[in-house]
Design a protein around this ligand. Sequence first.
Ligand code: C5P
Length: 380
Amino acid sequence: MRSPSPRQPCKPTSLGGRCEIGSIAFDGRERISARHYHRGVLHNGSTVTVRVPAKINIGLRVGPRRLDGYHGLSTVYHAVSLYDTVSVKAADAMRLTLTGPESTGLAADDTNLAWQAARLLAEHLAVPKPGAISKPGAISKPGFDLHIDKQIPVAAGLAGGSADAAGALLACHELWGLDLDAIELSGLAAQLGSDVPFAVHGGTMLGSGRGETVRPIAVGGSWTWVLALAAGSLSTPAVYAELDRQRASAQTASATGSPSAEPAAESDAPAPESDATVLAALARGDTDGLSAAAGAMNDLQAAAVALAPYLEDTLRAGREAGARLAMVSGSGPTCVFLAEAGTAEQIADRLRALPRCRAALVVTGNAPVLPAWPAEPGPS
Ligand code: C5P
């Protein structure tokens, strides 16, 4: 079963040797099909399964609030080996079920981003492209039976909801036998959320725009991180709003001597540049270089700490236990610590003793989207 409309050639705009369409930038010569690019799907009869990783941000530079309400940013997205597993079966209606330790309290309905992702792809599938002749037997708005085993917390700065949306896109894309290219798929992903285009790819990528424009970058060596999962969550919009408030307050204080409670004015100022020293350290696999360059590079960190002051204790405890780098992940409240070989478990143990840390996990970085192989049958 193929797409109901003939493939339309994508027309890259040449931008100084790069092609930048929708939300993903590639070298001009790279016309990679989604099937080729997204190797992390597994067919098992009528079920398609994909494992999608959480992300951390190694450095997050945030510009002023834009006229559309988003903030321009520059970040290094880095997927880590904490996975949600998304499976889909063909169905007449739309259905979503959730299991796993991080599924408690999550809605399994059309407010869930994974549901929205599957529905968006189904709608995209049913809309004939200009000039397309529909084929007999072409599918239109298929249903889905989605299941997510949730290990990644949501509202935690780990893009857990975005990972599920990406998993649903990839799994449904395979189930419905589509042949969208990576750029089209990323365009759909960007409609779902700023982090979703990255979550479709995994690995390590430079993110710009509002986060939806992603480009692969070189990563040397292997990276071990400890994640401190907080007993609590933070809303991403609330953390951005707190950043605006802090910036406005600092600006007014420097102009008038007294702080203001108003949010910063909107601006069409250019998004921040990426930090070349962080990129170079990542490419070399250089822990010293990375810890020196990325130490204070999350612009959302102060805002997250203002809303959840206990994060200061978490960051301090990780540093004292020997972490080379301690930072809030994205908008928090997860804190992330770069560990040298042999120190990760001791850092995790120290974090687990904190009252506001509900779990500490040792993970490795640069994690790909993965096939989820069926479990070995147990002894009968
Ligand atoms: O893109 P996403 O839906 O994940 O964003 C959630 C919210 O986070 C936005 O509505 C906005 O308030 C904030 N945000 C932002 N700038 C970004 C990304 C997100 O202000 N670059």
